[in-house]
Design a protein around this ligand. Structure first.
Ligand code: URA
Length: 433
């Protein structure tokens, strides 16, 4: 191990065998944390080349169980979001592409901090089960074209250990480490091809386009070396996606979107991601055709019917699809009003996510209990004109005392100014694989 650290410290490339030794030794405990910590810092400064990143991804992927999706017909395309605020796209995109004949076997995670997780959102549906065994997941995908399960502990144990060490050694931001962490998990879940929704902005872990482009490029190169295709869709996360942030509220907005009544930003992003999934899944030969098919599935009710079928298949109450307003319950609420006239210049996604977390919609620590009804409804977004006293947001929570904590955070997210403002496009760039 000292030789591996020294080589990386000096900027030399590591062999596949050296990376394999490091990963397997770290997972089985024969290589101590302090040596891996030193290696991580050397990687932080010297980087990994494309080949080393692919070796690391491969060794991490093989550190635990690998889901075998070979019994499911066709190309298996996974979709991954790097995490944002109000990001309920999986709830829409997965049934949308499934309704167009693409098989989707998805392993999702829970939310932590200011970002939400798909599992928490789905579990706000009464009865919905996410603890599927691999056999159940595969059977459900075969029968219904779609299943979403919880990523289990036996998949990619190397990532869990490495991520924890990166977290405490300030090496999380290194681009090859991020790429190998995300991709090893996707590949262990059986993906043949991947569409990455790379969020860029205040509510994402990548704050500028330059870094996002670097990450997209290295992920694409890694995928290629591993015989997979990867498309990166860079999307804006300076403000939250859609109008609802919070678990049950996001399912509500997802159902509205599947009914063809969703907000434009969310609908557009879902169509973009979905059309690239259809392309990689060889269902269409160009994304414009994919968009056409998916728009039709939203209008005809086919995507909504697929979502309903999926909810029933995983034990959830289909009443939430037939009458989505039942999801919202009857929590306490408080209104946030504009303090001045002007145009909304900023609606900081990070602050909004943090405020939603304080209301109970997110986890401060892994052990925190989620309030499924907590969240924020945004009535206005960047570029809209407002007058003093207009309703900007409604906060919801089952804990009335949480409003006093969330309110000042929420108010710091808004910037209102008399000057006009240029609104960022939602889809910043697509790098097709
Ligand atoms: N998401 C991951 O899964 N891993 C990282 O390293 C960063 C974001």
């Amino acid at each position: 191990m000292t030789e591996i650290i020294r080589k990386k410290r000096n900027g030399d490339a590591l062999s596949q065998q050296e990376i394999e030794v490091l990963v397997s030794g770290f997972v089985d405990g024969s290589i101590p944390d302090y040596q891996v910590a030193a290696w991580l810092m050397a990687v932080y400064f010297q980087g990994l080349d494309d080949e080393e990143t692919a070796f690391l991804t491969d060794a991490m992927m093989r550190s635990g169980e690998i889901l075998d999706l070979s019994s499911i017909p066709g190309v298996k395309v996974d979709k991954h979001s790097t995490g944002g605020v109000g990001d309920k796209t999986t709830l829409i995109v997965a049934p949308l592409v499934a309704s167009a004949g693409l098989h989707v076997a998805k392993m999702s995670g829970r939310g932590l901090g200011h970002t939400g997780g798909t599992l928490d959102k789905l579990q706000s549906i009464p009865g919905f089960r996410v603890d599927l065994s691999p056999e159940e997941l595969i059977a459900s995908v075969r029968d219904h074209f779609l299943a979403v399960g919880a990523q289990n502990e036996r998949l990619v144990p190397a990532d869990k250990k490495l991520y924890a060490l990166r977290d405490v050694t300030s090496t999380v931001e290194q681009i090859s480490l991020i790429a190998s962490s995300i991709m090893s998990k996707k590949l262990a879940c059986g993906a043949d091809a991947i569409v990455i929704d790379l969020k860029v902005g205040s509510g994402a872990f990548i704050h500028n386009r330059e870094d996002a482009l670097k990450l997209a490029t290295i992920m694409q190169a890694t995928a290629k070396r591993m015989g997979r295709r990867l498309t990166a869709v860079m999307s804006d996360m300076d403000q939250p996606l859609g109008h609802y942030i919070g678990n049950a509220m996001e399912v509500y907005e997802a159902v509205q979107t599947l009914q063809g009544k969703g907000p434009k930003d969310l609908t557009d992003l879902c169509l973009e991601l979905g059309s690239h999934m259809l392309l990689l899944g060889e269902k269409v030969t160009d994304p414009a055709k994919g968009r056409e098919i998916l728009s039709e599935a939203l209008q005809s009710g086919a995507a909504l019917a697929k979502f309903r079928e999926f909810v029933v298949a995983q034990g959830g109450d289909p009443g939430v699809v037939d009458q989505p307003s039942t999801l919202l319950g009857n929590p306490f609420s408080r209104e946030y009003l504009a303090e001045e006239d002007g145009v909304i210049h900023a609606l900081d996604a990070f602050q909004i996510g943090l405020a939603a977390m304080r209301l109970g919609a997110g986890r401060e620590t892994k052990e925190s209990i989620i309030d499924p009804l907590a969240g924020i409804r945004l009535w206005k977004k960047i570029g809209e004109k407002v007058k003093k006293g207009d309703l900007l947001a409604t906060l919801y929570s089952q804990s009335e005392s949480s409003f006093d904590v969330a309110f000042p955070i929420l108010s710091s997210a808004w910037k209102i100014d008399p000057a006009p403002v240029q609104v960022n496009p939602l889809i910043l760039q697509v790098i097709q694989g």
